[in-house]
Design a protein around this ligand. Structure first.
Ligand SMILES: *Cc1c(COP(=O)(O)O)cnc(C)c1O
Length: 404
C-alpha cells in the first residue's frame, strides 16, 4: 500500500515520543493490525527468551530450574512474583497485591468468591452487557452458594444510581469490550466505598492501554488479561489484584499448594503465603509466564501518561477521518468522543458489520466484529503510528464503497 499520508499526521508521527517502541515489536507491514485489544503483537524479545527457557532452563537444567539462582531469571518458583511486580507498576498496585497466573475467568472467580465472603449483603451488581465470562462466573459461583445471591444488572451508563446500600459487591469492566466506553472508576469506587460496597474491576481493556491507579481509587479487587494490551501472547496468564487490607480477611477458596506459605513443606492443611502470592493455585505456567515476563519489559521505560496522550491522539484521528464515511454510510459511532469516557478502541455500529469486517480483514485491515452489529478497532500506542490510522481509513473507505 503506497498512500500519501497527510502532512499533519506525518508531523504527529515525527514528534511522537513513543515512535521508537514500534521497533520492539514484530508488526506485520502487509496489514494494518487493529486488534491489539484482543491479542497484542509479538514483542521481539519473546522468541529468544522462549528459546532460552525451553533449551536451557527446561532442556538442560530440567527440574533444577525451579529453584536455581533465586536472583536470576531461571528461578521458576519466583517467576510469578517477578511478573506480578511488573504488572503492579502498570495498575497502581503494590507488588504484593498482585498474583499472576490462571486465566482472567478463573481470577474473576477468585475475586468474586473472596469479595462475596466478606460482606453480609447478598446483592451482586453487574452489567447485563458485561463480557460473558464475567456474568457466567458470577452465575456459577451463585449456584455453588445455593442461589443465595441476587445478581442484579444495570446498564453501565447508570451504575452510580444503582449503587445502593443493599449492594454487597460490584463487578464491572472498566472499558466496555463492545463500545469502548470507559467508566469513571475513580468516582464509582469512591461512591461504592462510602456505601460499604466492595468493588471488583475487570481491567481486560485497561491494563497496558492507559494509566490505571487501583490504590489511588481505593479499589478492592481487580482482574485482567496478559494477552491483550500487555502483549503476553495467546493464552498468557492473567492477573488478580487484591487490596492489601483484605489479605487476611478474605479467605482463599481455590487454596492450591502454590499459594501455601511453604509448598514443599507438604503440610496437610493449607496456610496462605504472604501477600497476594496466596492466590496462586497450581504450578506456574512457566513457558507462558516467561513470554509475559519478557513482553512486560517493553513497558519499563514507558510513561503511561505519554502513552495515554498518544492513544487519544490516535483514536481522535481515527474518529475524525471516519466522519465523512459515517455521513455517507450507515455507520454509527458508539464510542464516546469525550476523552474521559474512551478507552483505546473505537467502535461503530453497521447493519452488515459481520460482512464488512470480513471484507476488511481480506483487505488487510484487521479489526474485529462483535455481535450483534459492532465493528471494533483497537489502537495500541506502542506500535501504531498516525499513518496506520490513515491506511486503515483508506481501506475502510474502499470496502464501504464496494458495499451496497
Ligand atoms: C477478554 C476478556 C476476558 C477474557 O477472559 P479469559 O479468561 O482470558 O478468556 C474477560 N473479561 C473481559 C472484559 C474481556 O474483555
Amino acid at each position: 500500500m503506497t498512500l500519501n499520508v497527510p502532512a499533519d499526521l506525518q508531523l504527529l508521527d515525527a514528534q511522537d515520543a513513543l515512535r521508537h517502541k514500534r521497533d520492539e515489536f514484530l508488526v506485520p507491514d502487509d496489514i494494518v493490525y487493529l486488534d491489539g485489544n484482543s491479542l497484542g503483537c509479538l514483542p521481539r524479545g519473546v522468541p529468544a527468551r522462549l528459546a532460552e527457557v525451553t533449551q536451557q532452563e527446561w532442556g538442560e537444567h530440567l527440574i533444577r530450574s525451579w529453584t536455581r539462582n533465586a536472583e536470576s531469571a531461571q528461578d521458576w518458583m519466583a517467576l510469578p512474583d517477578r511478573v506480578a511486580a511488573k504488572v503492579s507498576r502498570l495498575i497502581g498496585a503494590g507488588a504484593d497485591e498482585v498474583a499472576v497466573g490462571d486465566s482472567t475467568s478463573v481470577n474473576t472467580f477468585k475475586a468474586l468468591a473472596a469479595a462475596m465472603s466478606i460482606t453480609e449483603r447478598r446483592v451482586l451488581l453487574t452489567d447485563a452487557d458485561n463480557f460473558p465470562t464475567d456474568l457466567y462466573m458470577a452465575q456459577g459461583l451463585n449456584r455453588l452458594l445455593g442461589g443465595s445471591w441476587e445478581i442484579r444488572t444495570c446498564p453501565n451508563t447508570e451504575i452510580m444510581e444503582h449503587l445502593t446500600p443493599d449492594v454487597g459487591v460490584t463487578l464491572f469492566t472498566e472499558v466496555d469490550y463492545r463500545t469502548g466506553r470507559k467508566l469513571d472508576m475513580q468516582g464509582l469506587t469512591a461512591r461504592a466505598r462510602e456505601l460499604g460496597i466492595l468493588t471488583v474491576w475487570d481491567l481486560a481493556h485497561s491494563a497496558g492501554a492507559f494509566p490505571v491507579d487501583l490504590n489511588g481509587c481505593g479499589a478492592d479487587f481487580a482482574v485482567g488479561c496478559g494477552y491483550k494490551y500487555l502483549n503476553g501472547g495467546p493464552g498468557a496468564p492473567a492477573f488478580l489484584f487484591v487490596a492489601g487490607r483484605h489479605h487476611d480477611a478474605a479467605p482463599v477458596f481455590l487454596s492450591g499448594w502454590m499459594g501455601h506459605a511453604d509448598p514443599f513443606e507438604m503440610a496437610r492443611t493449607y496456610s496462605p503465603a504472604a501477600g497476594a502470592r496466596r492466590y496462586l493455585v497450581g504450578t506456574p505456567q512457566v513457558l507462558s509466564l516467561s513470554a509475559l515476563d519478557e513482553a512486560l519489559n517493553v513497558f519499563s521505560d514507558v510513561d503511561m501518561n505519554v502513552l495515554r496522550q498518544k492513544s487519544l491522539s490516535l483514536t481522535d484521528t481515527f474518529i475524525r477521518l471516519m466522519e465523512p464515511l459515517a455521513e455517507k454510510h450507515p455507520l454509527t459511532l458508539v464510542t464516546p468522543e469525550n476523552h474521559d469516557e474512551r478507552g483505546s478502541q473505537v467502535s461503530y455500529r453497521h447493519p452488515d458489520a459481520q460482512n464488512v469486517m470480513k471484507s476488511l480483514i481480506e483487505r488487510g485491515i484487521v479489526g474485529d466484529f462483535r455481535t450483534p452489529d459492532i465493528l471494533r478497532f483497537g489502537f495500541t500506542p506502542l506500535y501504531h503510528a498516525h499513518a496506520d490510522v490513515w491506511r486503515a481509513v483508506q481501506g475502510i473507505q474502499a470496502v464501504l464503497k464496494g458495499q451496497k
